[in-house]
Design a protein around this ligand. Structure first.
Ligand code: FES
Ligand SMILES: [Fe+2]
Length: 381
């Protein structure tokens, strides 16, 4: 694997693929109604998620075994998915259940096969798939989000496609030194690093935020998490940001409280095979104050604030990806010990990115002989 220009002994992080042996969110539960199929992708693999007419959920490779048509164009019949082209029907397991133009009871031709099934679950209002080795799915836990669904928290979802490698997202959230980017929203608020720790598959940084002038949305967000503590406790907050591979979470604790006032859980799922785009899912949970009406009234402003912060971050991470593309590799000069630890965790937990299919025909040097000869005038001789 090609090394990073700033760390010769270390792989270029943007060439590290996300490890497939984990549960990844691919869609909001609410985006898939009964009797419908939804196209998603994981690192270039097309997947169709299906909700049967009974409400059951399953996920299959989104290519018909017959002639490779995307199965999401098909029709859900009961708990089966029928391809739009010739009507081959697939069961939840991906087994080929029926070919409509074969005589009933007739033997299925040997070439008629099923498609890959992806383990699939629903939790926290999201649909998760397990894109790796299916046998490992049962052994792998879904991420733990204990605040989700409790009456103490109000929940907001985010779902965005970003044109950058998923590791830029981890670095961006972990990096509290970039508050300057958010100066129009965060004002003079300043994080102070308290400590950072790391393990084989996780890294964590804790910051203390002291009072300062900031956007009203940030004030409302913090106020939302206040939950009846005394006014003097508004003086500072503690923020912990943790990557527990492959997901990430940010937690805000009010002074002297061990109950999270705000929890953000985030996951960045590569879309294309080269993993230069990702779909980011976020669940923001804000602890309800004693007077829940205040949070309800503030909710639209909090949403506007969070989306505005996200758009500023998008500008930065997508620019970073463009620079990587233009320069053909990592030229970053990162100096933050937290980010260096994070990069190590992401590199060690990941896998090499597989070359894109058909890439061998992309350039003249790599073209098959007949095309190479033709481009050099060989065909004319
Ligand atoms: S391509 Fe799917 S049934 Fe023929
Ligand atoms: Fe940011």
């Amino acid at each position: 694997m090609q090394a990073s220009s700033t760390h010769p002994d270390f792989p270029d992080l943007r060439r590290v693929g996300i490890h497939p042996d984990f549960w990844y969110p691919v869609a909001r539960s609410s985006s898939l109604k009964r009797g419908r199929a939804l196209a998603v992708t994981f690192a270039g693999d097309p997947i169709v998620v299906v909700r049967g007419e009974s409400g059951s959920l399953f996920a299959l490779a989104d290519r018909c075994a017959h002639r490779q048509l995307p199965l999401h164009l098909g029709v859900v019949r009961g708990e089966q998915l029928q391809c739009a082209y010739h009507g081959w029907c697939y069961a939840e397991s991906g087994r080929l259940a029926r070919v409509p133009y074969l005589a009933d009871g007739g033997k299925m031709p040997a070439a008629a096969r099923g498609v890959r099934n992806y383990p699939c679950r629903e939790a926290y209002g999201l649909i998760f798939v397990f894109p790796g080795t299916p046998e490992l799915a049962e052994l792998s836990q879904l991420p733990a989000i204990p605040e989700w669904g409790t009456p103490d928290y109000r929940t907001m979802y985010f779902e965005r496609t970003l044109k950058c490698h998923y590791t830029f997202m981890h670095e961006n959230l972990m990096d509290m030194n970039h508050q300057f980017l958010h100066r129009s929203l965060m004002g003079s608020i300043q994080p102070v690093m308290l400590n950072h720790r790391t393990g084989t598959n996780w890294t964590e940084a804790q910051y203390r935020f002291e009072g300062g002038k900031q956007h009203v949305g940030a004030d409302l967000l913090v106020m939302g998490g206040k939950s009846g503590e005394s006014a003097v406790d508004r003086d500072y907050e503690l923020m912990t940001i943790r990557t527990l591979y492959p997901h990430q979470e940010l937690t805000v604790f009010r002074a002297h409280s061990e109950i999270p006032a705000i929890r953000l859980w985030a996951s960045y799922v590569p879309l294309d095979q080269e993993q230069r785009t990702n779909k980011s899912f976020g669940i923001l949970m804000v602890r309800r104050p004693k007077t829940p009406l205040i949070l309800r009234a503030a909710w639209p402003v909090i949403g506007y604030f969070a989306r505005s912060v996200f758009e500023q971050d998008r500008m930065a991470v997508e620019a970073e990806q463009r620079a990587w593309d233009e320069q053909g590799g990592d030229r970053n000069a990162e100096i933050s010990p937290v980010l260096l630890e994070l990069r190590k965790v992401l590199a060690l937990c990941g896998v090499p990115i597989e070359p894109a299919h058909g890439r061998e025909f992309a350039g003249a040097e790599e073209a098959p002989p007949v095309l190479r000869n033709a481009s050099r005038g060989g065909a004319a001789r």
